[in-house]
Design a protein. Structure first.
Length: 371
């Protein structure tokens, strides 16, 4: 029912994005990106905080101009989560956000011009302990690679990444992560697998421009799932044409399903059928919405009838099995009490929050005893 994960993570060098370790034995970090106008500091701060509340470990902010760099500095002062500045071409922007406290620079060294400019950015990053992300995208390959390969290919993505990496290697700067994103699942997966065997640095996973909430979630789950099952990936972003908060939710659900992260509630729920003794779908929709703030790992099963309900409940921290005239609640795998449908969601929310507090208290007691 709950088999242990067999995934063996790829060994990689560990870097730190702010206070978040990436690579090595660190948990896979979930990242998203703001879609507000960076010059609108209030709106961007509000969205960064929403992403942090949803569980984002790292947030990326686009910084296309020097005015945006100054705005970024004010945003950095107003939030706690580590921020990555997304920069293209202008090395002066990179130098400015480094002064303003950026936690990571997303910049391709080969795109910012002369060697002295690359050296200046690397020097600023080294002096302040700022890592970089080399971000290769199938939609923006160098013209020389477009001519060489004719079209984006996995080989072209990897060659582009290695070109940018070479700039940092020559300057003895190893603290970077790399992404080789494509909207085509097979192209991205092949590129990541190839690159994973060539470098020691952590890999940032993504299926770029994956689509809307539903189609993008499916495409990302397939592509990133293949890589994660291979043990590849140290941080990820699910790129959706949707509210960025949804990217964080999908990312965590993906990692929870592979037992790579355990933050928040892991719901086990049946799709419902005519055997159900309560409205499973409505109950689940309400519980997910009400309990989004819970970050403590907890397995909760919501099953509408007695066919699969008891078996799932016995393996969960809290489980509900549909029954008539009342439903049966299990706590820690054992029958505990009956719940009627009248106030079912209210009762379940209260009991789940009680279970969360109980688990938190046990963890605090364990820590206190070990000190």
């Amino acid at each position: 029912m709950h088999a242990p994960s067999s995934i063996q993570r790829r060994a990689s060098r560990q870097i730190h994005v702010g206070n978040v370790p990436v690579g090595g034995d660190a948990p896979i970090a979930v990242q998203s990106m703001t879609n507000t106008d960076t010059l609108d500091v209030e709106a961007t701060v509000r969205q960064v905080r929403q992403l942090e509340t949803a569980g984002a470990d790292i947030v990326r902010v686009s910084v296309p101009s020097m005015d945006a760099a100054e705005a970024f500095g004010r945003i950095r002062q107003a939030v706690n989560v580590p921020l990555v500045a997304d920069i293209h071409f202008d090395h002066k922007i990179a130098l400015r956000v480094a002064e303003l406290g950026v936690d990571c620079l997303r910049i391709n060294p080969g795109n910012i011009g002369r060697e002295d400019r690359v050296r200046a950015v690397v020097s600023a990053a080294r002096d302040r302990g700022i890592p970089m992300r080399i971000g290769v995208n199938a939609g923006s390959l160098e013209k020389s690679l477009q001519r060489k390969y004719g079209e984006p290919t996995p080989e072209a993505l990897v060659e582009s990444a290695l070109r940018h990496i070479d700039h940092l290697d020559r300057l003895d700067f190893p603290d970077f992560k790399v992404s080789v994103k494509a909207s085509d699942v097979f192209m991205a997966v092949s590129a990541y697998r190839d690159l994973a065997s060539r470098i020691e640095q952590p890999l940032h996973l993504g299926i770029t421009e994956a689509g809307g909430l539903r189609s993008g979630t499916v495409k990302s789950s397939i592509g990133l799932g293949m890589l994660l099952m291979d043990g590849i990936g140290d941080t990820l972003r699910v790129s959706l044409a949707a509210d960025p908060v949804e990217e964080v939710k999908v990312g965590f659900d993906m990692l929870k399903s592979l037992k790579l992260r355990t933050k928040g509630i892991n719901f086990i729920a049946c799709p419902s059928c005519s055997r159900q003794n309560f409205d499973v779908i409505d109950t689940m929709n309400q519980l997910e919405e009400r309990l989004e703030d819970v970050m403590t790992p907890l397995d909760v099963s919501i099953i509408g009838c007695i066919v699969n309900g008891p078996g799932e409940a016995k393996e969960s921290d809290l489980g509900l099995t549909g029954g008539s005239p009342a439903n049966l609640l299990y706590l820690d795998g054992k029958p505990a009490q009956k719940l009627r449908n009248d106030n079912l969601v209210d009762d379940l929310e209260r009991l789940i929050r009680d279970k969360v507090r109980e688990k938190q208290q046990r963890e605090e007691d364990t820590i206190a005893r070990s000190v």
